[in-house]
Design a protein around this ligand. Structure first.
Ligand SMILES: [Zn+2]
Length: 362
């Protein structure tokens, strides 16, 4: 057994978090479940003990599945041919590049040898903004969104490309497929996609991030509506899964990209604590088993009020707003006007009580 130490390359917090999620999955496919993940600024260091082999069975099987999904799509052009393809399609706001994206993913799957993320990987591979190496691939906006500074238009996209090697591209894609939730809303000519992934605030164990991947793998949803507030997204997706996970030192990274006509840009980004949201969800689900169904209705509310309520609840939980009165008033008015008022009215007091209790225990 070798002592291994790998680093995410330093392509920004969003890309590095995606690559981290990809590395977690890759390690699990090699039957490595024991690893320490340490955050260093916007990068992560992963320590584990193992001799990774290219012939590890699970590893070859999963990579073969991914390869097959890409190949099948490229032959038949059916979006719903696999969950993997559907998720990348939902995440991508630039339709003309979709086929290229999958071709590049297939290509990087064919080229992959053993994972090689050394501390100075980015320099060795000459990756970065405006990098023009022959073997480098552009990181598409969903995989690289940088704090709202990264704006591309049809005219300027060539000036702001961020390019990486096949391995970074592949692992960022693995992170998107297995370690990120994707919520897309379309209205007229406008599409907005909100992504959520998880990372350690300082340090965590591989197993905790792998347990969270059970909630994020393949998770994507698309509906006709106006923008969903960032904070509503983790509350929505986490409502559907196992909530008995230890997330003490884990944060949620949430970001949004938007297409308006031909104009694409990255907008908000937010890094929040996760413990209170999960605590609230597990408490509320104990009392209201139909909670996931209710959340699913609220988030698809056409008026947009429902999404704001979810976001308000998350905000109260994350930032410890003591004044839950405002949220409860909004909930009541939503219930009075909503289409599903009876069902939600029945559980209203249980939701507000749980919310009050969870926010008070900050
Ligand atoms: Zn790279």
């Amino acid at each position: 057994m070798k002592n291994m130490e790998v680093y995410t390359p330093g392509h920004g917090l969003i890309t590095d978090s995606l690559i981290l999620q990809g590395i977690c999955r890759y390690l699990a496919w090699h039957s490595v479940y024991d690893a320490r993940i340490i955050r260093i600024g916007d990068r992560f260091k992963i320590n584990f003990q193992h001799d990774l082999r290219l012939t590890d069975t699970e590893y070859t099987e999963y990579f073969e599945n991914l390869r097959l999904a890409c190949q099948t799509y490229l032959e038949r052009q059916q979006i719903n041919s696999s969950q993997i393809i559907e998720k990348i399609y939902t995440a991508n706001i630039n339709l003309p590049i979709f086929k290229r994206w999958l071709n590049q993913l297939l290509d990087s799957l064919n080229k992959i040898s053993l994972m090689d993320f050394s501390e100075n990987h980015k320099i060795v591979k000459k990756e970065g903004r405006n990098a023009k190496g022959k073997n480098l691939i552009t990181l598409y906006l969903p995989l690289s969104s940088v704090y709202g500074k990264y704006v591309i238009t049809n005219y300027r996209s060539s000036q702001t490309n961020y390019s990486v090697c096949d391995q970074c591209f592949l692992f960022a894609n693995l992170g998107l497929i297995y370690g990120t939730t994707v919520l897309r809303s379309n209205k007229g000519d406008k599409s907005s996609v909100v992504f959520t992934t998880f990372l350690p605030q300082t340090e965590t164990q591989l197993l905790d991030l792998l347990l969270l991947q059970r909630l994020t793998e393949f998770a994507h949803h698309e509906f006709l509506n106006s923008d969903v507030p960032l904070l509503a997204c983790p509350l929505y997706f986490l409502s559907f899964g196992e909530t008995m996970i230890s997330v003490e030192n884990i944060q949620a990274l949430i970001w949004r990209i938007e297409k308006n006509g031909n104009f694409q840009r990255s907008l908000d980004v937010s890094l929040i604590r996760l413990d209170k949201i999960l605590e609230f969800i597990s408490a509320v689900k104990l009392q209201i088993p139909s909670w996931p169904k209710i959340v699913n209705k609220i988030i698809q509310d056409k008026s947009g009020d429902g999404q704001i309520i979810l976001s308000d609840i998350a905000e109260a939980l994350v930032f410890g707003t003591r004044d839950t009165y405002k949220i409860i008033r909004r909930l009541v008015s939503y219930v009075m006007n909503g289409e599903e008022k009876d069902e939600i009215a029945k559980v209203l007091d249980k939701v507000t009580l749980t919310l009050e209790r969870t926010t008070k225990e900050q």
